[in-house]
Design a protein. Structure first.
Length: 244
């Protein structure tokens, strides 16, 4: 059965990458959560998508230039200010401590393509190990060198490669990278591609699947999971239809 990962939490209905978006994802029955991590000036792992805080908070500047304490002065309520009062940028540790009490899977995307964040991989892995969540985590990134490093640092934590354009001979590439999954942009996903992935035992989890016709197509293809901003809609569609 195709799993449903709430993209940045229930980002279509709640402020993205905040605790209330994650709580909502669990409430509506998502199988997992996807979130993004970066490092603050003082080395804290924070959950935020963009390299700057401009889009999702009432502040401006680069995440890397603020300490965690300084980031807490900003409101990450984003476009939902008329519905919610204040939402803070969470620490990864806050999410992991909470997720231990749930059955949710967690995809942690390392946002280290634009900014290297040299210690990000080790810090994230150490935090995962601290909470004993190795078997419920997927690490992913558009930075495939980072995923190779994660594999060498933690062979028992699943890794997946994010990408936008079709890969040439992806099955050979995955073997070389020693990754467990591919997280492709949905336009590159076809039914024969999914069949091949199943043959090679490679997980396919396309992003970002928000429109119902596209959800239906991905369910029909039998992808391993989808990332969606609307986990409630996806779950309702999955329950009302037989999936591979």
């Amino acid at each position: 059965m195709t799993k449903i990962f709430a993209h940045r939490g229930s980002a279509g209905t709640h402020p993205e990458n905040t605790m209330i978006a994650f709580y909502e994802a669990e409430r509506v029955g998502a199988d997992g959560i996807e979130l993004d991590v970066q490092l603050t000036k003082d080395g804290q792992i924070v959950v935020i998508h963009d390299e700057t805080i401009d889009r999702t908070t009432d502040g401006t500047g680069w995440v890397k230039d603020f300490t965690y304490r300084e980031l807490q002065q900003f409101n990450a309520v984003y476009k939902f200010a008329d519905q919610y009062d204040v939402c803070r940028i969470p620490l990864l540790e806050e999410v992991l401590a909470w997720i231990c009490s749930t059955t949710l899977l967690l995809n942690i995307e390392l946002k280290n393509s634009l900014i290297a964040y040299e210690t990000l991989e080790q810090k994230v892995i150490d935090m995962i190990r601290h909470y004993g969540l190795e078997d419920r985590i997927i690490l992913s990134s558009f930075n495939h060198n980072s995923m190779a490093l994660c594999r060498s640092l933690a062979p028992n934590i699943e890794t997946a490669l994010l990408y936008m354009e079709s890969l040439y001979d992806p099955w050979k590439y995955v073997r070389v990278m020693r990754a467990d999954g591919l997280h492709p942009y949905h336009r590159t996903v076809t039914e024969p591609f999914v069949r091949q992935a199943r043959h090679y035992q490679i997980a396919i989890r396309p992003f970002t699947i928000n429109q119902e016709p596209l959800m239906e197509k991905m369910f029909q293809y039998g992808v391993d999971a989808i990332f969606t901003d609307y986990p409630r809609n996806a779950k309702n569609m999955r329950e009302n239809k037989k999936t591979p």
